[in-house]
Design a binder for this molecule. Sequence first.
Ligand code: ZN
Length: 135
Amino acid sequence: MEIQKIEHIGIAVKDLNKSIKFYEDVLGLKCYKIEEIKNQKVKTAFFKVGDTKIELLESTDNEGPIGKFIEKRGEGLHHIAFGVDNLKSSLSELFDKNIKLIDVEPKEGADDLNIVFIQPKATNGVLTELCETKK
Ligand code: ZN
């Protein structure tokens, strides 16, 4: 597969508005989008940082993946997302290499991306997302 860049870094937060304030008032970044992703039970906020982005994730449901993550490990770094040009072919490459995936089919992510997650067990503990911009 061909990784093009680090598309974004996902950070789990308890309070989206409070966190946005830090990124805007202290780091001087500008939140350009707030989006709720119902199928993942999260509300997200995005900031551009050069060629990459920060994605803040607040849980909308304690039973959702971010809710469970924060309960277990607290706030903090949640995942790294690599941009690929062809998600389908990247996915079949992972299948061929027997890499354990959380998603067997691309699903809709925030900010106009199709995404898949690779199991942290396969990536030395780092939840890893591959994504491509929707065409
Ligand atoms: Zn992400």
